[in-house]
Design a protein around this ligand. Sequence first.
Ligand SMILES: [Zn+2]
Length: 420
Amino acid sequence: MSYPEQAAEVLALCARIAAHTDVPGTITRLFLSPATHRVHALLRAELESLGLDVRIDAIGNLRALYPGPTPDAPVLLLGSHIDTVPDAGPYDGILGVALPLVLLKSLAGTPLPYAIELIAFSEEEGVRFKFPFLGSRALINDLTPTDLARTDAAGISVSEALESLGAPSRSVPSNEVGSQTPDLSNALLLPNTFAFLELHIEQGPLLDSLDLPLGIVTSIVGQSRFDLTFTGQANHAGTTPMHLRRDPLAAAAVWMHRTEAYALAAAPLVATVGIIATHPGAANVIPATCTLSLDIRHPDPEALAQATAHVLSLATDIASTRGLRFEAHPTTHHPATPMHPGLRALLAEAAGQAAHHLPSGAGHDAMILARAIPAAMLFVRSPGGISHHPAETVHPADIAAALETCTRFLTTLNPADIAK
Ligand SMILES: [Zn+2]
């Protein structure tokens, strides 16, 4: 079958998966929901028709094994997630399951020096339990009893939700006191797994702006978040002359403007203020305090640390020249995760001129697995840069290019060359 024909098959499979939703009229599939169980049944039927062994592991990941030359052959892991955000598009995550499935079909009979495990991760977005990457965390034994005790909006814990896996058609059991922590050992990585490749839509506008179909991810960006406060002096908006004010909101505005200019000149740095509030917050009162959020990301850990120090010292300077106080409290930090250089080089060779090297500004399952095994990501252009939205789409020709690149990658990959 030609690559365009295979691409049509991938798109048809994505559409069939998108038809299974928890909220009619949208694409919404949450962790272990009825729609997720229906997608499991669909994928199981497809994979079993290829003669593959299929199972659902203890965290709800669907896993299929394409056998290698010997039972103890090294295992290449392929896959992505099948859960979605509410009112999602049809490709985020799903493409990274549907495309490898079609790839396995096209490979049937081709001898490879390794086995392939395809995983449809159960939970990446973290919508149901406000906690992302449940599926991939279980593979590297990174779920604690506290994580499993998290509850959803209905008060059902992760552990209780996992009990439903025994009988997928049954509704999730009601809240029980003293339920046990489930045994997740069958959700661990297969012991011979030597690498992970995740295929994903870019979810950003860069490849589209370069008119290129594919991207090779250099690194998944590091991300730091802070709560910032400028403190000044509340006073009357009518009687306080401009030169005698200590206005924290005006200082914050100057700081945001300078931070934006700094980040613009320091690509791929991105810095975002998403929340801003003043106290007391009245039209005729100069604010006493201005609090704001800062989310700052960069693929290089040193550059992220430097940029963070720079924008925070900028705030301190602006505050001191205006007679204000400035404080910054760190809230979260995720270090940058570089993708494996050997796998990246192989992907680059397989993609040729079709690919651009770029960091991922969003988190992915590959970022979790990279903590245990060599990991790489191949991006497919997102037309218009739209994702997490029903208008999310892909170009069929880009899917064909991804299939061609992945086929070359799989047929040239030698496990012995991929050192940890
Ligand atoms: Zn995704």
